[in-house]
Design a protein around this ligand. Sequence first.
Ligand code: NOJ
Length: 450
Amino acid sequence: MNTTTISAKDFGDNFKWGVAMSAAQNEGAYLEDGRGLSIWDVFARKSGKIKGNTKPTECCDFYHRYKDDLLLAKALGFTTFRFSISWSRILPDGVGKVNKAGIAFYNKLIDECLINGLEPMITIYHWDLPYELEKKGGWTSHLMRKWFERFTTICVNAFGDRVQHWIVMNEPSGFTTLGYMVGQHAPGKIGFDGYMSAIHNAALCTADGGRIIRSHSSKAIIGTAFSCSEVIPYKEELLHIKAAAKADVILNRMFIEPALGLGYPEDPDFPFLEKLYFHSKAWKYTRQMQFDFDFIGIQNYFSLTVKHNSIIPYINASEVKASTRNVPHTDLGWEINADSFYRMIKRFWDYGNVKSIIVTEGGACFKDQLKNGVVNDEKRIAYYQQYLAAVLKAKNEGVNLNGYLAWTLTDNFEWAFGYNARFGLIHVDFETQLRTIKNSGYWFRNFLKK
Ligand code: NOJ
């Protein structure tokens, strides 16, 4: 397929085109109008693990600039706008009193989306747990299900009259592994016991969230978003093949399989899974971890080549970086491989009981340069051309694929990479908050033209 000649028309009239963002990465205003602290506010202050020692205090100031940013999304031709709700803006201590100003903010945001012809899509949880809940164990606590139930119920009751599309959880594999096993993300925990509890509570809350939204809103269209990365063994040798299979469990199978009713993955060579199985008493929970989602969100940022590494506990695998293999990669070193994205879409679809797929995030980080008012990010344009062609190929082959949301509208706070890892279609000068549409933004506008 000639990737430069496809256009939005090829995807059909009902295909959703949107942009995605998250509260912790965009809003800023971290102490305003009664918001409580999230784990990211505290982690950024204490861990020393954020590049440049930056903090998500102001981000791209979406809290104050949402009207302008929505106008920009509209101007580029998008019609879906995905954002997440900051839990600690709604419930500053995580569970107790509702902060009316928090509800008011999201009401204004939703109304403004609708005024601009942008269909709001809400993510309930995008990694920013209230710090007060982390103090009580966070995702490792069995109380998580109660806490999550309250937060989700408040959101659906407050916003469900105008919002139809919901995403319960964003990339549970990401926040459990990075936050509760390797400590690179908030809350910075390291080890396996907490990791297992976090996995189990996240798997349960994913399905609970679906049930809660369904019971409070009959018109809701409910999904949840999983990351995925094809894992390729470094060499076709048994040790490396086994290492790849284990990484595949963690990256691709750990959450979607319970959500689809299959329980936790099994792999006789991976003792961690047996530990998880007994730790979580998984046999009791297969049905509770399942929910009949209307759509599954897929997010893919790289494919991964791994080799056997006995030093890494349980998983015995480590990455062979793209930069050492002379393959195309982004400026974060993430391998660009649209064919592998296509294969992951097909693989998720092939589970058989996925009703519909939306690519709920897709994008790439490059070291963009703003020169004379122009950001010529041609690598990002080429990236989107290849990845959208992969989406179209899967769709044309029968996958019920109904949308693509670019990550992300404006440059924002990229977690442990801070502010220098830019993913936006719009450049942000973080000193002045000046927005400049990058060439990739103009490219999208042209691509989406009716
Ligand atoms: C997926 C996460 O959902 C999002 O928050 C993050 O910024 C992107 N990956 C890029 O790393």
